[in-house]
Design a protein around this ligand. Structure first.
Ligand code: SAH
Length: 351
């Protein structure tokens, strides 16, 4: 089976031609795919072609296996099913400026961050570009009755996007295709734990997405406690790569900082963070740590968040606290997937 979803319009046109179809069929298929259609719905293709395509190709490699909607704020958490039985999560959030979808880039993750549920069982496999697009297409179908579509995408679900570099770049290029869903790269954010050589490479791609960096510590010593990647790349090198990215793209860097009790959330750490970021084109996003059952790290009180925030503000660092959305629907990364897989294992059902 060939997955057509990750192909550009030009590639699909060439594919159609090579397979004995008129080349304009490629463009038709491309448009349909980006509307979330499967072959059966591609009504302007001859029936015989549709039947043949169904046997040899895949248009929609992702489906929604289950979804939960928050009664608090309308946030929707998706558990997406992939063709091989694996599943990944996505989260749809409603803002004043539009609808933002957080998508996964890998099944599992091999970065091993101690606070994160997605990495508990390591990396299973990379997602293809078509599967990443598929996550958006399914969300758009979900939103169809509301006459809405996803306007912003964040690569912040399970996986490390820069550890699946080629597929992620292909996905970003697909977003630029005029005949496709055509999202502005300005509305796309990519979050990394800080793989320095790949950050530098990304700066050269001419794909000016917003770069988010999971910093979570004001120095390497604290960072190494929760993030194994800190043994490979020092904060100094990450910041140098960030400066380069900001300079090349003109975009400010967003630093994510999960406040963890007794580790990185004190006054001393807030001051150290402010000193580290002083004078940089950046913004800090504070995240109160979402406690994961399997991990023994503790979240912080509202008071600690406010104090940390104040210290940064007093030192003129742009900072916001991440709104906690969908608190009633398994908020933390990877938790819905884990829970579903675990309860299936207990019931003896195979995923
Ligand atoms: N691998 C990428 C993107 C996926 S994680 C990265 O490291 O940035 C998305 C964000 O959620 C990261 O900032 C990550 O550190 C954070 N995160 C993961 N688990 C969390 C938890 N339990 N509580 C708070 N933030 C968490």
């Amino acid at each position: 089976m060939i997955e057509l979803t990750g192909m550009t319009c030009a590639e699909l046109t060439a594919w159609a031609k090579e397979n004995g179809y008129p080349s304009f069929r490629g463009k038709q298929i491309f448009r349909w795919i980006h509307h979330g259609a499967d072959f059966d719905e591609m009504t302007n293709l001859p029936l015989s072609m549709r039947e043949k395509l169904k046997e040899e190709a895949i248009a929609q490699p992702v489906s929604i296996r289950l979804h939960r909607t928050s009664r608090l704020d309308g946030t929707v958490k998706f558990l997406y099913a992939l063709q091989d039985g694996n599943c990944v999560e996505g989260v749809l959030m409603r803002y004043k400026y539009g609808i933002s979808l957080c998508i996964s880039t890998q099944v599992g993750c091999r970065m091993g961050c101690r606070f994160c549920a997605s990495t508990l069982d390591g990396l299973v496999r990379n997602l293809t570009a078509g599967e990443m697009l598929g996550e958006i297409l399914q969300a758009n179908l979900f939103l169809r009755d509301e006459k809405q579509t996803v306007s912003h995408v964040v690569l912040m679900g399970s996986g490390e996007p820069l550890d699946n570099y080629d597929n992620v770049i292909r996905f970003l290029r697909l977003m630029k295709e005029e005949e496709g869903i055509h999202l502005s790269l300005r509305n796309i954010s990519l979050s990394t734990c800080g793989i320095v050589p790949r950050m530098k490479q990304l700066a050269e791609e001419g794909l000016p997405v917003t770069l988010c960096v999971s910093l979570h510590a004001p120095n390497d010593e604290i960072r190494k406690v929760t993030m194994p990647i800190a043994n490979r790349y020092a904060i100094g090198d990450i910041l140098a790569a960030c400066d380069e990215y900001a300079e090349k793209t003109g975009r400010r860097i967003i630093f994510e900082y999960a406040l963890t009790d007794g580790l990185n959330a004190g006054e001393k750490e807030a001051e150290a963070l402010a000193a580290l970021l002083r004078g940089r084109l950046c913004h800090v996003n504070l995240i109160p740590l979402n406690e994961v059952k399997e991990r023994h790290l503790k979240g912080v009180t509202e008071d600690t968040v406010s104090r940390f925030m104040k210290t940064l503000e007093n030192r003129h660092i742009s900072v916001t606290r991440r709104r906690e959305m969908g608190d009633d629907i398994e908020g933390a990364c990877g938790q819905l997937r884990r829970k579903t897989l675990q309860s299936e294992a207990e019931e003896g059902v195979h995923a």
